[in-house]
Structures are given as C-alpha cells and as structure tokens.
Write a protein that binds this ligand. Structure first.
Ligand code: SF4
Length: 320
C-alpha cells in the first residue's frame, strides 16, 4: 500500500523564511564584533566611505530583534549618550539601512538558524531626521516579497518631531517610540539640547493624535538619571504631562558614558520610580539592559574604535 501523502505545508514559519532580500544585497564589512554573556551581539559595520555604525542583535526568549542605526553620529547631542557626544557626520542612505539589516540578519542566521522577527531603530542617530531614507527602507522591509516584517514589529525611536510623526502615522510602516526623558521643558533642554526645536507643548499633542492601531499604546522611553529626573516628583510630573495618553513607559537606568556626568539610580530608586507611576495608574516597566558587558549603549563601540585608531581590521572579535 502506498503511504499517504503528507499534507502540503501552507504556512511557512517565521524562522524558515529565507526571503530574497536577505541574500540579494551586498553585506557590509564587519569591523568589530562582540558577543555578550547574555547572547547580545554587537557589530561595528563599515560603510563605503570608511565611516562606521553600530548594529545590535538582541536575543530574547521568543524573538530576535535588530537594533539599527540611522545616522553616523547624531545632531541631537543628548548628554547621556556617547553618540550624541561625538557629533553628527551624515545620514545613512536607504540602501545602507537595508544593507545593515541584511548583514545583521545574516549574522543572526549563521549563529542561530533564525531570521530576526523584530527591528527597532534605536541605535545611532535620530531616524526622523533621515526620513526619506527611513521611509524607503521601511517600504522594502515590510514587502511581502522581501523580509516581510510586520510593520507592527518595527519600532522607530525618536525624540519626537511632530510633523514627521504625523507622516509616520499616515504611512503605517512602523510604530513610534518617543524618547521623553524629562517632564519639564527646562530639564529636557538640558538633557537633550538638540531637541529644543520640537518643544513639549508641540510634541505631546502630536503623540495624542497619533493613529495607533487597535489597543496599541504609545511607547514612551524614559532614561533614569540619578539626581536629575528620578524622584517621585518627577514621576508625578511625567504622569501629568502625558495626560490622557494611552502609554506604556519604559524606564531605562542610565548606561553611564565613560567620563560622562550621569549615573543610574540604584535599584531601589529605580523600582520606586516605577512604583510611583503605577500608583498613578500608569503602565511602567524597568527595561533590562542588553549586553551591559559589551557596552551595548549606542555609540560606545564606535567611540572605542575611533579612539584605538584601528581602521583596518574587518573581523576583529573584541573582548568586553
Ligand atoms: S540618545 Fe538618540 S537622539 Fe540622543 S544623541 Fe543619542 S542617538 Fe541621538
């Protein structure tokens, strides 16, 4: 008797997809490569003009996420960020953004046999200041014939540029995450001097009118800095600033920049801040830092590379 035919597989699992785009682009040379104790991988990728950007591959229990850079350097100049301290060099092109994704995707595939399921633009640069290239990249990234990442699994982290947020909302190619970090204009101006052009009085209404799908909440990022923005009073001001916004607040203990002025609060104060927000009815999480042993905060690997002055090694495995 003939064995019965196996049913046709009509659903291709996420991890079995090998979409054309992943292998159709030129890979970027890897200048440096680090792997942390928690499995986080950090790459320093070389661009055609010799500049470099960082890309992080984060491994979580149920998915793999690429953390991507949108610019070489950054013009916003946040005082808690190594990239901000190194100035702005240039935007990445849409092709470079895609090549970055493909290179990191291939790296992940080689190590784990999986393709990434999520992408976040949270690395070097302010993505909404490189909007045309970002849009081109997102259009390809979400194509059914390409990597086909769901637009709801792509997060664009921004300091908040109201008219670009409006456009992102119309395009539905990604979801936003806003980097707030302060609840008053004065403090925000000091922590994020380059964001002065988009004051809170314009940013908050833009976030309130953002067309989030379904039950989705606005992601609000808040870096906790000891003695700067970490008291219960700051938590109350943050709550009042957000008003009616449906938001989930990610609290990120500051990852100190070597030689920089800022430190993270201790664990007790960090939890206290989260508790104060929850008591006010807010949804708040303390975000685990990925790869602290390999300096996963953006800009630190590139800064170390520039300081070393080693521009020729294309595959160096560096120790933490
Ligand atoms: S935190 Fe983001 S926006 Fe601020 S300087 Fe760094 S890369 Fe730019």
């Amino acid at each position: 008797m003939m064995p019965s035919a196996r049913p046709l597989q009509t659903h291709i699992p996420e991890h079995d997809r090998a979409p054309g785009l992943w292998s159709s682009r030129n890979l970027l040379p890897v200048r440096r490569r680090q792997t942390g104790a928690d499995g986080t991988r950090k790459l320093l990728l070389e661009l055609v003009d010799g500049q470099s950007v960082e890309t992080v591959i984060m491994t979580m229990p149920r998915s793999h996420t690429l953390c991507l850079s949108s610019q070489v350097g950054c013009p916003v100049g946040c005082t808690f960020c190594r990239t901000g301290g190194s100035g702005f060099v240039r935007n990445l092109t849409a092709d470079e953004l895609l090549a970055q994704i493909v290179t990191a995707g291939e790296e992940l595939r080689a190590a784990t046999g999986r393709w990434p399921e999520r992408a976040v633009f949270m690395g070097m640069g302010e993505p909404l200041l490189n909007f045309a290239a970002l849009r081109g990249c997102l259009e390809t990234l979400t194509l059914a014939s390409g990597p086909h990442l769901s637009w709801r699994k792509i997060l664009v982290s921004t300091v908040g540029i109201p008219d670009r947020l409006d456009e992102l909302g119309r395009l539905r190619l990604a979801l936003p995450a806003v980097s707030l970090h302060a609840s008053t204009q004065d403090l925000r101006d000091r922590l994020m001097p380059g964001a002065r052009a988009w004051p809170l009085r314009e940013l908050i209404p833009a976030l309130l009118r953002y067309p989030l799908p379904g039950r989705e909440r606005m992601t609000v990022e808040y870096i906790l800095i000891r003695d700067a923005n970490d008291t219960d009073l700051h938590a109350r001001r943050l709550h009042e600033l957000l008003g009616d916004m449906r938001a989930k607040i990610n609290l990120i203990p500051c990852n100190p920049v070597p030689g920089g002025p800022h430190r993270a609060p201790d664990r007790e104060r960090t939890e206290g801040f989260a508790t104060a927000l929850k008591a006010l009815g807010r949804t708040a999480f303390v975000r685990r830092s990925h790869g602290p042993d390999i300096m996963a905060a953006c800009g630190q690997l590139r800064a170390r590379h520039l300081a070393d002055g080693t521009g020729t090694d294309s595959s160096q495995e560096t120790s933490p």
